[in-house]
Design a protein around this ligand. Structure first.
Ligand SMILES: NC(=O)c1ccc[n+]([C@@H]2O[C@H](COP(=O)([O-])OP(=O)(O)OC[C@H]3O[C@@H](n4cnc5c(N)ncnc54)[C@H](OP(=O)(O)O)[C@@H]3O)[C@@H](O)[C@H]2O)c1
Length: 272
Protein backbone atom coordinates (compact mmCIF):
# COMPACT_ATOMS: atom_id res chain seq x y z
CA UNK A 1 0.00 0.00 0.00
CA UNK A 2 1.43 3.40 -0.85
CA UNK A 3 0.35 6.99 -1.21
CA UNK A 4 1.71 9.91 -3.22
CA UNK A 5 0.12 13.36 -3.29
CA UNK A 6 1.99 15.12 -6.10
CA UNK A 7 1.86 18.37 -4.19
CA UNK A 8 2.83 21.57 -5.95
CA UNK A 9 4.50 23.61 -3.24
CA UNK A 10 4.54 26.72 -5.44
CA UNK A 11 0.79 27.22 -5.29
CA UNK A 12 -0.38 26.52 -1.72
CA UNK A 13 -2.84 29.41 -1.93
CA UNK A 14 -4.93 27.52 -4.44
CA UNK A 15 -5.91 24.69 -2.03
CA UNK A 16 -9.68 24.67 -1.74
CA UNK A 17 -10.46 22.88 1.50
CA UNK A 18 -14.19 23.32 0.92
CA UNK A 19 -14.25 21.29 -2.28
CA UNK A 20 -15.86 17.86 -1.90
CA UNK A 21 -13.62 14.79 -2.08
CA UNK A 22 -14.23 11.77 -4.32
CA UNK A 23 -12.43 8.42 -4.16
CA UNK A 24 -12.75 6.17 -7.23
CA UNK A 25 -11.36 2.64 -6.95
CA UNK A 26 -9.41 1.33 -9.95
CA UNK A 27 -9.30 4.78 -11.57
CA UNK A 28 -5.91 5.03 -13.28
CA UNK A 29 -7.46 4.52 -16.71
CA UNK A 30 -10.59 3.75 -18.74
CA UNK A 31 -13.97 4.44 -17.05
CA UNK A 32 -12.48 5.19 -13.62
CA UNK A 33 -10.13 7.83 -15.05
CA UNK A 34 -13.02 9.45 -16.96
CA UNK A 35 -14.97 9.73 -13.67
CA UNK A 36 -11.94 11.27 -11.96
CA UNK A 37 -11.42 13.83 -14.79
CA UNK A 38 -15.10 14.79 -14.90
CA UNK A 39 -15.33 15.18 -11.11
CA UNK A 40 -12.12 17.22 -11.02
CA UNK A 41 -13.48 19.44 -13.77
CA UNK A 42 -16.53 20.10 -11.55
CA UNK A 43 -14.26 21.21 -8.68
CA UNK A 44 -13.86 17.97 -6.72
CA UNK A 45 -10.65 17.01 -5.02
CA UNK A 46 -9.97 13.48 -6.22
CA UNK A 47 -8.24 10.34 -4.95
CA UNK A 48 -7.11 7.99 -7.69
CA UNK A 49 -6.83 4.43 -6.41
CA UNK A 50 -4.95 1.85 -8.48
CA UNK A 51 -3.19 -1.47 -8.18
CA UNK A 52 -0.92 -2.30 -11.15
CA UNK A 53 -1.40 0.95 -13.12
CA UNK A 54 0.58 3.35 -10.96
CA UNK A 55 2.35 4.96 -13.93
CA UNK A 56 -0.99 5.94 -15.51
CA UNK A 57 -2.35 7.04 -12.10
CA UNK A 58 0.67 9.25 -11.40
CA UNK A 59 0.43 10.81 -14.87
CA UNK A 60 -3.27 11.55 -14.37
CA UNK A 61 -2.71 13.09 -10.91
CA UNK A 62 0.19 15.17 -12.22
CA UNK A 63 -1.94 16.67 -15.00
CA UNK A 64 -4.84 17.43 -12.61
CA UNK A 65 -2.51 19.01 -10.06
CA UNK A 66 -0.90 21.12 -12.74
CA UNK A 67 -4.36 22.40 -13.55
CA UNK A 68 -5.28 22.94 -9.87
CA UNK A 69 -2.63 22.45 -7.20
CA UNK A 70 -3.15 19.91 -4.41
CA UNK A 71 -6.37 18.60 -5.89
CA UNK A 72 -5.42 15.00 -6.77
CA UNK A 73 -3.65 12.16 -4.98
CA UNK A 74 -2.80 8.55 -5.79
CA UNK A 75 -3.18 5.55 -3.49
CA UNK A 76 -1.82 2.18 -4.59
CA UNK A 77 -3.31 -0.95 -3.06
CA UNK A 78 -4.50 -4.42 -4.00
CA UNK A 79 -8.13 -4.51 -2.86
CA UNK A 80 -7.31 -7.77 -1.06
CA UNK A 81 -6.38 -5.40 1.82
CA UNK A 82 -10.06 -5.72 2.80
CA UNK A 83 -9.39 -9.33 3.86
CA UNK A 84 -7.67 -8.12 7.05
CA UNK A 85 -9.06 -5.65 9.59
CA UNK A 86 -5.57 -4.22 10.07
CA UNK A 87 -4.86 -3.46 6.42
CA UNK A 88 -8.42 -2.28 5.78
CA UNK A 89 -8.18 0.13 8.69
CA UNK A 90 -4.76 1.36 7.49
CA UNK A 91 -6.14 1.94 3.98
CA UNK A 92 -9.12 3.85 5.40
CA UNK A 93 -6.87 6.10 7.49
CA UNK A 94 -4.54 6.78 4.54
CA UNK A 95 -7.49 7.85 2.38
CA UNK A 96 -9.02 10.10 5.05
CA UNK A 97 -5.72 11.74 5.95
CA UNK A 98 -5.17 12.92 2.36
CA UNK A 99 -7.83 15.66 2.33
CA UNK A 100 -9.37 15.15 5.81
CA UNK A 101 -12.78 14.03 4.52
CA UNK A 102 -14.61 11.83 2.02
CA UNK A 103 -17.83 12.90 0.27
CA UNK A 104 -18.25 10.39 -2.58
CA UNK A 105 -17.03 6.79 -2.75
CA UNK A 106 -17.18 5.23 -6.22
CA UNK A 107 -16.79 1.45 -6.50
CA UNK A 108 -15.33 1.06 -9.98
CA UNK A 109 -12.49 -1.51 -9.69
CA UNK A 110 -13.36 -4.85 -11.23
CA UNK A 111 -12.07 -8.08 -12.73
CA UNK A 112 -13.91 -9.41 -15.77
CA UNK A 113 -13.27 -12.70 -17.56
CA UNK A 114 -15.25 -15.80 -18.58
CA UNK A 115 -15.64 -18.80 -16.26
CA UNK A 116 -17.15 -21.54 -18.45
CA UNK A 117 -18.95 -24.18 -16.45
CA UNK A 118 -16.64 -27.14 -15.76
CA UNK A 119 -13.56 -24.93 -15.46
CA UNK A 120 -14.41 -22.74 -12.47
CA UNK A 121 -11.88 -22.77 -9.66
CA UNK A 122 -11.64 -21.22 -6.19
CA UNK A 123 -9.15 -18.54 -7.26
CA UNK A 124 -11.49 -17.23 -9.95
CA UNK A 125 -14.36 -17.19 -7.47
CA UNK A 126 -12.26 -15.30 -4.90
CA UNK A 127 -10.88 -12.77 -7.40
CA UNK A 128 -14.18 -12.02 -9.16
CA UNK A 129 -16.08 -11.75 -5.87
CA UNK A 130 -13.33 -9.71 -4.18
CA UNK A 131 -13.43 -6.87 -6.68
CA UNK A 132 -17.06 -7.00 -7.77
CA UNK A 133 -18.81 -7.59 -4.42
CA UNK A 134 -16.76 -8.09 -1.25
CA UNK A 135 -14.50 -5.03 -1.43
CA UNK A 136 -17.39 -2.67 -2.27
CA UNK A 137 -19.28 -3.84 0.85
CA UNK A 138 -16.34 -3.76 3.27
CA UNK A 139 -15.05 -0.42 1.95
CA UNK A 140 -18.55 1.05 2.24
CA UNK A 141 -18.71 -0.12 5.86
CA UNK A 142 -15.24 1.20 6.67
CA UNK A 143 -15.90 4.66 5.18
CA UNK A 144 -19.45 4.99 6.54
CA UNK A 145 -18.59 7.27 9.51
CA UNK A 146 -16.74 9.68 7.22
CA UNK A 147 -19.44 9.65 4.53
CA UNK A 148 -22.07 10.15 7.23
CA UNK A 149 -20.21 13.19 8.56
CA UNK A 150 -20.40 14.75 5.07
CA UNK A 151 -23.93 13.54 4.21
CA UNK A 152 -22.12 11.90 1.32
CA UNK A 153 -22.89 9.09 -1.08
CA UNK A 154 -21.74 5.81 -2.59
CA UNK A 155 -21.97 5.04 -6.29
CA UNK A 156 -21.40 1.51 -7.60
CA UNK A 157 -20.44 0.49 -11.11
CA UNK A 158 -22.64 -2.54 -11.84
CA UNK A 159 -23.55 -4.13 -15.20
CA UNK A 160 -26.71 -4.65 -17.25
CA UNK A 161 -25.85 -8.35 -16.88
CA UNK A 162 -26.19 -8.16 -13.08
CA UNK A 163 -29.94 -8.52 -13.31
CA UNK A 164 -32.20 -10.79 -15.40
CA UNK A 165 -29.91 -10.94 -18.47
CA UNK A 166 -26.84 -13.04 -17.59
CA UNK A 167 -23.81 -12.83 -19.86
CA UNK A 168 -23.15 -16.32 -21.26
CA UNK A 169 -20.03 -18.08 -19.88
CA UNK A 170 -19.54 -15.39 -17.19
CA UNK A 171 -21.49 -17.05 -14.35
CA UNK A 172 -19.11 -16.01 -11.54
CA UNK A 173 -18.86 -12.40 -12.75
CA UNK A 174 -22.66 -12.25 -13.21
CA UNK A 175 -23.17 -13.60 -9.67
CA UNK A 176 -20.68 -11.16 -8.14
CA UNK A 177 -22.25 -8.15 -9.87
CA UNK A 178 -25.72 -9.36 -8.85
CA UNK A 179 -24.52 -9.44 -5.22
CA UNK A 180 -23.11 -5.94 -5.67
CA UNK A 181 -26.44 -4.78 -7.11
CA UNK A 182 -28.26 -6.10 -4.02
CA UNK A 183 -25.66 -4.38 -1.84
CA UNK A 184 -26.68 -1.05 -3.42
CA UNK A 185 -30.33 -1.60 -2.60
CA UNK A 186 -29.64 -2.99 0.91
CA UNK A 187 -27.24 -0.21 1.89
CA UNK A 188 -29.58 2.44 0.53
CA UNK A 189 -31.96 1.26 3.27
CA UNK A 190 -29.35 0.68 5.96
CA UNK A 191 -27.40 3.91 5.43
CA UNK A 192 -30.36 6.28 5.04
CA UNK A 193 -30.98 9.09 5.77
CA UNK A 194 -27.40 10.42 5.85
CA UNK A 195 -25.69 8.44 3.09
CA UNK A 196 -27.26 7.78 -0.32
CA UNK A 197 -26.30 4.63 -2.23
CA UNK A 198 -26.89 4.26 -5.97
CA UNK A 199 -25.60 2.29 -8.94
CA UNK A 200 -24.89 2.65 -12.63
CA UNK A 201 -25.28 -0.30 -14.98
CA UNK A 202 -23.15 0.17 -18.10
CA UNK A 203 -23.79 -1.77 -21.29
CA UNK A 204 -20.72 -1.66 -23.52
CA UNK A 205 -19.06 1.62 -22.62
CA UNK A 206 -15.50 0.85 -23.53
CA UNK A 207 -14.17 -2.24 -25.26
CA UNK A 208 -11.53 -4.45 -23.63
CA UNK A 209 -7.98 -3.13 -24.32
CA UNK A 210 -6.75 -4.29 -27.72
CA UNK A 211 -3.72 -5.94 -26.11
CA UNK A 212 -5.81 -7.85 -23.53
CA UNK A 213 -6.89 -11.47 -23.79
CA UNK A 214 -10.50 -10.18 -23.87
CA UNK A 215 -9.93 -8.05 -27.02
CA UNK A 216 -12.71 -8.24 -29.65
CA UNK A 217 -12.16 -8.49 -33.41
CA UNK A 218 -13.87 -6.18 -35.95
CA UNK A 219 -16.71 -8.63 -36.64
CA UNK A 220 -17.49 -9.00 -32.93
CA UNK A 221 -17.44 -5.20 -32.51
CA UNK A 222 -19.82 -4.71 -35.46
CA UNK A 223 -22.20 -7.29 -34.06
CA UNK A 224 -22.26 -5.50 -30.69
CA UNK A 225 -22.90 -2.12 -32.34
CA UNK A 226 -25.74 -3.64 -34.38
CA UNK A 227 -27.40 -4.80 -31.13
CA UNK A 228 -27.37 -1.33 -29.55
CA UNK A 229 -30.38 0.86 -30.37
CA UNK A 230 -28.19 3.99 -30.14
CA UNK A 231 -25.93 2.34 -32.79
CA UNK A 232 -22.66 3.07 -31.05
CA UNK A 233 -20.42 1.78 -28.28
CA UNK A 234 -20.86 4.02 -25.24
CA UNK A 235 -18.05 6.13 -23.86
CA UNK A 236 -16.47 6.40 -20.41
CA UNK A 237 -17.73 10.00 -20.37
CA UNK A 238 -21.33 8.73 -20.66
CA UNK A 239 -20.74 6.91 -17.36
CA UNK A 240 -18.92 9.84 -15.73
CA UNK A 241 -21.86 12.11 -16.57
CA UNK A 242 -24.25 9.79 -14.67
CA UNK A 243 -21.87 9.48 -11.71
CA UNK A 244 -21.87 13.27 -11.35
CA UNK A 245 -25.65 13.34 -11.63
CA UNK A 246 -26.01 10.75 -8.83
CA UNK A 247 -23.42 12.55 -6.70
CA UNK A 248 -25.65 15.62 -6.56
CA UNK A 249 -29.12 14.02 -6.74
CA UNK A 250 -29.96 14.60 -3.08
CA UNK A 251 -33.34 12.80 -3.13
CA UNK A 252 -32.22 9.73 -5.11
CA UNK A 253 -31.16 6.57 -3.26
CA UNK A 254 -31.37 2.84 -4.04
CA UNK A 255 -31.57 3.69 -7.76
CA UNK A 256 -29.73 1.86 -10.54
CA UNK A 257 -29.41 3.75 -13.80
CA UNK A 258 -28.74 1.84 -17.01
CA UNK A 259 -26.30 3.69 -19.26
CA UNK A 260 -26.30 1.29 -22.19
CA UNK A 261 -27.70 3.04 -25.29
CA UNK A 262 -30.77 0.80 -24.95
CA UNK A 263 -28.74 -2.42 -25.27
CA UNK A 264 -30.54 -4.18 -22.42
CA UNK A 265 -33.79 -3.85 -24.42
CA UNK A 266 -32.41 -6.06 -27.17
CA UNK A 267 -30.59 -8.67 -25.07
CA UNK A 268 -31.89 -12.21 -25.18
CA UNK A 269 -29.88 -13.13 -22.09
CA UNK A 270 -26.92 -14.84 -23.72
CA UNK A 271 -23.64 -13.77 -25.30
CA UNK A 272 -25.26 -11.51 -27.90
N1 LIG B 1 -16.13 -1.57 -19.85
C1 LIG B 1 -17.46 -1.64 -19.97
O1 LIG B 1 -18.04 -1.34 -21.02
C2 LIG B 1 -18.28 -2.08 -18.79
C3 LIG B 1 -19.47 -2.80 -19.00
C4 LIG B 1 -20.22 -3.18 -17.90
C5 LIG B 1 -19.79 -2.87 -16.62
N2 LIG B 1 -18.62 -2.19 -16.44
C6 LIG B 1 -18.16 -1.90 -15.08
O2 LIG B 1 -17.67 -0.57 -15.02
C7 LIG B 1 -16.48 -0.51 -14.20
C8 LIG B 1 -15.31 0.07 -15.00
O3 LIG B 1 -15.11 -0.71 -16.17
P1 LIG B 1 -13.67 -0.78 -16.87
O4 LIG B 1 -13.82 -1.64 -18.06
O5 LIG B 1 -13.11 0.60 -17.01
O6 LIG B 1 -12.86 -1.54 -15.70
P2 LIG B 1 -11.49 -2.36 -15.86
O7 LIG B 1 -10.60 -1.62 -16.76
O8 LIG B 1 -11.79 -3.80 -16.19
O9 LIG B 1 -10.96 -2.36 -14.34
C9 LIG B 1 -10.75 -1.15 -13.63
C10 LIG B 1 -9.61 -1.29 -12.68
O10 LIG B 1 -9.89 -2.23 -11.64
C11 LIG B 1 -8.67 -2.40 -10.97
N3 LIG B 1 -8.56 -3.66 -10.23
C12 LIG B 1 -8.80 -4.91 -10.66
N4 LIG B 1 -8.50 -5.80 -9.69
C13 LIG B 1 -8.05 -5.09 -8.62
C14 LIG B 1 -7.58 -5.42 -7.33
N5 LIG B 1 -7.48 -6.70 -6.89
N6 LIG B 1 -7.18 -4.42 -6.51
C15 LIG B 1 -7.25 -3.15 -6.90
N7 LIG B 1 -7.69 -2.75 -8.12
C16 LIG B 1 -8.09 -3.72 -8.96
C17 LIG B 1 -7.56 -2.34 -12.02
O11 LIG B 1 -6.57 -1.44 -11.54
P3 LIG B 1 -5.00 -1.51 -12.01
O12 LIG B 1 -5.03 -1.37 -13.50
O13 LIG B 1 -4.38 -0.36 -11.30
O14 LIG B 1 -4.49 -2.85 -11.55
C18 LIG B 1 -8.31 -1.82 -13.27
O15 LIG B 1 -7.61 -0.81 -13.96
C19 LIG B 1 -16.24 -1.93 -13.70
O16 LIG B 1 -16.81 -2.09 -12.43
C20 LIG B 1 -16.97 -2.80 -14.72
O17 LIG B 1 -17.40 -4.03 -14.20
C21 LIG B 1 -17.85 -1.80 -17.50
Amino acid sequence: MSYSNHRHANHPESINTLAPVMLVTGSAKRIGAAIIRAAHCQGYRVIIHCHHSQTEADRLAESLNTNRANSAAVVVADLSIINSNTTLSRFTQIIIKIFGQLDVLVHNASRFYPTPIGSIDYDQWDELFLTNAKAPLLLSQAFLPYLQAQHGCIISLLDIHAHDKPFGNYVVYNMAKAAHRMMVQSLALDMAPYVRVNGIAPGVNILPDTNSDQALNATQQQSIIASIPMQRIGTPDDIAHSVLYLAQASYVTGEIIKVDGGRSLTLAGSTD
